[in-house]
Design a protein around this ligand. Structure first.
Ligand SMILES: NC(=O)C1=CN([C@@H]2O[C@H](COP(=O)(O)OP(=O)(O)OC[C@H]3O[C@@H](n4cnc5c(N)ncnc54)[C@H](OP(=O)(O)O)[C@@H]3O)[C@@H](O)[C@H]2O)C=CC1
Ligand SMILES: O=C1O[C@H](COP(=O)(O)O)[C@@H](O)[C@H](O)[C@H]1O
Length: 608
């Protein structure tokens, strides 16, 4: 069980309360605790068990409250935030027991605290993803007090900007996710003051050397940790890995690189990219992001399954008839057609987002919640899967449609798409895991753009009740009576289980109802954006939600033969109208395995 210490600088006036917090053991009840007049919050998402709280004198006579705790649940390191009554706040990064001597050494028997800092460089700062997701997520982390006390954000791109114009660009994108609170505007100002810009070329070591100098000016003599987020097109990934590694690595702290998808187009190009990155970085410096793994309900999958006795025993071919992973968007490629046409929906959504969720869903129980244990199990499940072929896949492409006087354009009307493109914007696939747990259970995937709704969900359809006493009450359609567990990843997060229930009254009439965990009703708090979680994990060195290179190889091995076959045979996609439920072929594919898509059910109760 990893043990950590937080050294939290405190005013003398509140030091006495440190010991008090320990004796009242208020920390045991919650990772948030009152230390005298101050409020301590640990941004912890693992299971936090405090061991002790003590007072220490540190460097230059500063006082520290030292909290020791163990954290299980994959979080190797958490940030502590101490808010005092006068509104000031202090953040402290954890110091793991093994690093403590480096960070908090001893000088003449007195503890010495050397501070750390983290510099986050967004490479491709002028781009869509940076504006839409990365800067807002960094701000949200700052607002929540989850970033270390000393941090700087740098934007790097070729565009000619300066600190001011970057700040202006970012400020246009920041929203107060935590919007009901008062000081959001002030926090935005404070955050923007920590943002800087450096213009340079992605393949120039000189540009990165200059960036490094600027980073150093902010880092001073602290332990300098550096995170580079590669929010750029994939053809410059390796250049940036080279330049950042050779010319801008940290001299005394860690250097990590977050890489955005696409991680290649097939097994070969992915392996080449991995080789290129590994020429300059170690595997444990590479954080391959799949933002679906950062979504709240995907994070919750393992909790649901492994901490509830009612689910794990059912999690096998014995009780589960089929599992469905569904992704749909109610808009087309608008603006991203240039990228999309080179990849298509199978590479854009299935091979990564849906497959990652499938692996988490179907893996064997891991030895522990540590990153390597979980990723080992995911790799095993991916390697147990049958390689996909064209018989088990249906592809579609949206065509123009007019509804209510509004014309919705076809995919090929997107100006950035060739007008003879056969790139699929929709695909459905049947996959199988050839292991003892899942033998014969169809895992269906469906992903599409320009469909009738925006949704991502997992549907688990259970087997029929054998010899059901209530068969007659269900009528001919026994499928209507089987249990279905729905994990709605987005929007409007929910987990609900469809059960049969007796309608109250003297007769014996059954109906289908939902046991419903609707997040907005149950939890009075906003759900963090996936990028917030993943950025925080990367800063903290938590790799559980990032993709290891062998996972990536296994994922590509499943899809590459299919993708090559589709391209070789120039398989024409089945056209479906913009805003529809997609091509009818998806139903035939499901029917081949005796499955009905759960999201096509006529039951209105789905919209809990
Ligand atoms: N946007 C999204 O929603 C998502 C994006 N991604 C991935 O994230 C990464 C960034 O995406 P996004 O922001 O949309 O990308 P952009 O196309 O907006 O590119 C980001 C920046 O990279 C630079 N750039 C663009 N084209 C080139 C080129 N041909 N050569 C060198 N530099 C170039 C530009 O900056 P400058 O000219 O100033 O140097 C641009 O602002 C990509 O890998 C993408 O696949 C993943 C999931 C979702
Ligand atoms: O990775 C991608 O994801 C988005 C959908 O993400 P979401 O979090 O908004 O559901 C998708 O639009 C895009 O095509 C794809 O590249």
């Amino acid at each position: 069980m990893p043990r950590f210490k937080w050294w939290i600088p405190m005013e003398q006036a509140t030091m006495a309360s440190c010991a008090q917090a320990l004796s009242s053991s208020s920390l045991s009840r919650s990772p948030g605790a009152l230390l005298g007049s101050s409020r301590l919050t640990l941004c912890t998402r693992g299971v936090f068990s405090p061991v002790c709280v003590s007072m220490r004198k540190g460097f230059r006579g500063r006082s520290f409250c030292v909290i020791r705790a163990s954290v299980t649940g994959g979080k190797e390191a958490e940030t502590a935030r101490l808010a005092t009554n006068d509104g000031s706040a202090q953040s402290a990064s954890p110091v793991s027991a093994k690093d403590e001597s480096r960070v908090a050494g001893s000088q003449n028997g007195v503890a010495v605290a050397t501070e750390t800092t983290v510099s986050i460089t967004v490479v491709g700062a002028s781009g869509d993803l940076a504006k839409k997701k990365i800067f807002p997520a960094l701000f949200a982390l700052y607002y929540e007090g989850c970033l270390p006390k000393h941090f700087t954000v740098f934007g790097f791109a070729r565009s000619k900007m300066n600190d001011e114009s970057l700040r202006e660009m970012i400020s246009g994108t920041l929203t107060c996710r935590i919007d009901q609170r008062e000081n959001c505007g002030d926090k935005q100002e404070e955050f923007l003051k920590r943002c800087f810009y450096h213009s340079g070329q992605y393949s120039s070591e000189e540009s990165f050397g200059e960036l490094s100098k600027k980073l150093h000016e902010h880092e001073g003599d602290r332990v300098a940790n550096r995170l580079f987020y590669l929010s750029i097109p994939p053809d410059v990934f390796v250049d940036v890995a080279r330049c950042s590694s050779l010319a801008a690595s940290s001299a005394n702290g860690w250097t990590r690189v977050i890489v955005e998808k696409p991680f290649g187009r097939d097994s070969e190009s992915s392996a080449e990219l991995t080789r290129g990155l590994k020429t300059y970085l170690n595997e444990d410096q590479i954080y391959r992001i799949d933002h679906y793994l950062g979504k709240e309900l995907v994070e919750n999958l393992s909790v649901l399954r492994f901490s509830n006795l009612v689910f794990e025993p059912l999690w096998s071919r014995q009780y589960i008839r089929n599992v469905q992973f569904i992704f749909s968007e109610d808009f087309g490629t608008e603006g991203r057609g240039g990228y999309f046409d080179n990849y298509g929906i199978i590479r854009d959504i299935m091979q990564n987002h849906l497959l990652q969720i499938l692996a988490l869903f179907a893996m064997e129980p891991p030895v522990s919640l540590d990153a390597e244990d979980i990723r080992n199990e995911k790799v095993k499940v991916l390697r147990s899967m049958r390689v996909l072929d064209t018989d088990n896949v249906v592809v579609g492409q949206y065509k123009g449609h007019t509804r209510g006087g509004v014309r919705y354009p076809a995919y090929i009307e997107d100006k950035t798409v060739p007008n003879n493109s056969i790139t699929p914007t929709f695909a459905a696939a049947a996959l199988f895991i050839d292991n003892a747990r899942w033998d014969g259970v169809p895992f269906l995937m469906k992903a599409g753009k320009a469909l009738h709704t925006k949704r991502a969900e997992i549907r688990v359809q259970f087997r029929h009740v054998p010899g059901s006493l209530y068969k007659r009450s269900f009528g001919a359609d026994i499928d209507q009576a089987t249990n279905e567990l729905v994990i709605r990843v987005q929007p409007d997060e929910a987990i609900y289980l469809k059960i049969n229930n007796k309608v109250p009254g003297l007769g014996m009439r059954l109906d289908r109802s939902n046991l419903n965990l609707h997040y907005a009703d149950r939890y009075n708090r906003e759900i963090p954006d996936a990028y917030e979680r993943l950025l925080l994990d990367a800063i903290e060195g938590e790799r559980r939600l990032f993709i290891r290179s062998d996972e990536l190889d296994a994922a590509w091995a499943l899809f590459t033969p299919l993708l090559k076959e589709l391209e070789k045979r120039k398989v024409a996609p089945e056209l479906y109208p913009y805003g529809s439920r997609g091509p009818v072929g998806a139903h035939y594919l499901a029917a081949k395995y005796n499955v009905r898509w759960g999201d096509n059910s006529s039951e209105t109760s789905d919209s809990v």
